[in-house]
Design a protein around this ligand. Sequence first.
Ligand SMILES: [Zn+2]
Ligand SMILES: [Zn+2]
Length: 364
Amino acid sequence: MSFSSENLIPFGEQTATGDLVDVGEVEKGERCNCICPSCKTPLIARKGDIKEWHFAHKSHARRIKKETEKPCDMSFAVSVRLMAKQLFECGAHMLLPKYEKVYSLLIPSFLPLRKDEETKTYTICDENMMGFSSVEIEQRRMGSVFDLILNVDGWEILVYITYQGRSFPKVDIQAGSRVGLIEINAMEIKSAFKSIASGQYKKALSDFLAQSYVGKKWHYHPREQRAEEDFNKYASQRLEILKNEEKYNERTIGAASLIHPTHPSNQSGQAHATAASRPPKSKEEIEQLKKAALDGAINRYIVILGSDKASKGSNHVSRERIMGGFNNFSENSLHKCLSCEFVWSGKTNSCQQCASYKYSRSII
Ligand SMILES: [Zn+2]
Ligand SMILES: [Zn+2]
């Protein structure tokens, strides 16, 4: 039996003072003189030999002899946030975890891009130990009630304790808000309670707040905005570069089909003939070059891939474009299937032998 397995109460509210006390600090049983910080029901202090020490609601304890009482849902979180407030007010510190944020580049579908270029990671803040000038509990901010409002020179850290059935609220943060949002997972607090002697939960909580980065998670940091602005700038520049590359590639693909000799019987090939000032390559030469490109031997042409399985590896990535299955290539496009080595020309990139386009490399 342990703290993590049930929703037990580690801290009671002392009726005489209103302070929160550890079950280890009070007398056993009804003489503890405490009430539940959540529902205000009188508590009894359970300090047995077998089970972890804890408080229990008195009404439940009377009705049910066995230790199966299920305290009011909020009692654990309520008692923890009250005790945390008390600890911070007495000068306790909190270790704030490192905060890294990964931004993803949203790439328009017409710009194929390799995976590793899609994200950028920013360190918003490093791990940091903090004390707080004042602490409030259960305050409404941006439409949600937060467990702890920790004041740090000019800005607030809003803490929300989550557990099963109570997830972090959706918060709309206005740009430039001097506010930080942190989630603390109650299950991690409970496991901190598990690893300490019974009745020392106050110390366990204090240690958890000051030492643990597990179970604490940033949801927003005031410095995040700067990273976001920086990333947006990076993203628009990056997209511009990609678009230019794409234009360049289109020109190259266009050029590739231009140097392809027109059919002898086709008289409309005049324009091509005048445009080509260098000695025209023979059909055989071009065929050789295309085959070499399909084999990945030269980088002269843009190669269209049926899937990433048809790639010739990282050296060729800049000239490869994944397109999927396609049945409307120009008639004289050349294709090669990497799986069966079959080479064909025509409108489709689907290999006849494999009945698949997955391993096909194509040149228009
Ligand atoms: Zn209660
Ligand atoms: Zn094949």
